[in-house]
Design a protein around this ligand. Structure first.
Ligand code: FA5
Length: 345
């Protein structure tokens, strides 16, 4: 019996050393302590021992059983610890590695230009207004002194939905809405940035583009007010040395009408590729609101006068950022959009 106990002790120590997982540990437990295990067999043999040997081997067997149970428990605890540290090792992250670069967007050049214009005019007491892009012939043309069949309609061909509904060709269409909606027929100071549409498509003309309209109606509004306002507007957008040149032109809704050129901000008026060596860049249409337009939209032209102007925002953005093809503004090419400063997002 003594020999057997010794042998089991050395066996168990040896076997527990090579245990790698819970299942093999359970196998060892069954091998020694299970129903037919080696220690259980010894306990059976114990019954047949002579009486005088029983106390000695009873104690030894009990000790053996406790020793095996403790060793298995100890091994189990170690296994668990090993498992945890293995898992931690696998999940280890190197916090010193550089992080993934977050790609931030940048504001579209048109958005920049629109926001810049809005901030300026709001600071001068103007409202920022909008109107429908799907417009009626009445508001886009008729109420702007362009009756059906008027030859000036040819300058602005558009997309007709029906004979009455069309995609507006100019933000001037909102002029009539504002005058009609103003029930008190009081003063108006508004700018209208928005999308406009024409049947055109090339490097400087797009079928969809953006304009900003300006309208002021009040008593005693004169050409001087228009000139001063446009000077502030253009100097703010293109630099303090910008000069303006008013050329007589024709728009049915203003009289007199002007096309307004700005001195080339790239060459300062000396002549360069941008201004086609003329020193001037054509940027705005403007004029004194035609009495017919005031009258048709509920204002008495003997009491009120006004000025209006309109400019293409795409063209303004193209000049400001030296963009050569208008289609780049609408092609959503990230390489193009990325070039604009991100500081002020
Ligand atoms: C007008 O649209 C007038 N409503 C402007 C106006 C307002 C005059 C108030 C008087 C009083 P015009 O057709 O010239 O005018 O267009 C104004 C600007 O829109 C042009 O100078 C140009 O910058 C821009 N524009 C016109 N067509 C296109 C197009 N297809 N693509 C891009 N920009 C365009």
């Amino acid at each position: 019996m003594e020999e057997k106990i010794k042998k089991i002790k050395s066996q168990i120590a040896e076997q527990l050393k090579s245990i790698k997982d819970k299942n093999s540990l359970e196998d060892v437990r069954i091998k020694f302590l299970g129903k037919k295990g080696e220690v259980t067999e010894l306990l059976k043999e114990f019954k047949d021992l002579p009486k005088e040997e029983k106390p000695k081997f009873g104690k030894a067997l009990n000790e053996l059983k406790n020793e095996i149970e403790n060793s298995i428990k100890e091994r189990e605890t170690k296994l668990k610890a090993e498992e945890i540290s293995k898992k931690l090792e696998e999940e280890k992250i190197d916090v010193t590695l550089p992080s993934k670069k977050i790609i931030r967007g940048s504001k579209h050049p048109l958005t920049r230009v629109i926001e810049e214009i809005e901030d300026l005019f709001v600071s001068m007491g103007y409202d920022v207004c909008s109107g429908p892009e799907l417009e009626t012939d009445e508001f886009c043309f008729e109420r702007l002194n362009l009756p059906k069949g008027h030859p000036a309609r040819d300058m602005q061909d558009t997309f007709y939905i029906t004979t009455e509904y069309l995609l507006r060709t100019q933000t001037s269409a909102v002029q009539a809405h504002t005058m009609m909606d103003n029930k008190e027929k009081g003063p108006i100071r508004e700018i209208v940035p928005g999308k406009t549409y024409r049947r055109e498509d090339d490097a400087t003309h797009s079928h969809q583009f953006n304009q900003v309209e300006g309208l002021v109606v009040d008593k005693d509004i004169s050409f001087a007010d228009l000139k001063g306002t446009l000077e502030i507007f253009m100097k703010h957008m293109l630099g303090p040395n910008t000069e303006l040149r008013f050329r007589p032109s024709y728009f049915p809704f203003t009289e007199p009408s002007y096309e307004v050129d700005v001195s080339c901000f790239k060459c300062g008026g000396k002549g360069c590729n941008l201004c086609k060596h003329t020193g001037w860049i054509e940027l705005l249409g403007a004029g004194i609101v035609h009495p017919n337009v005031l009258r048709m939209n509920g204002y008495d032209p003997d009491v009120y006068s006004g000025f209006a102007f309109g400019t293409g925002l795409d063209r303004l953005a193209m000049f400001k950022y030296e963009i050569t093809d208008i289609r780049l503004l609408y092609s959503n090419d990230v390489r193009f959009l990325e070039q604009f400063d991100r500081k002020d997002i």
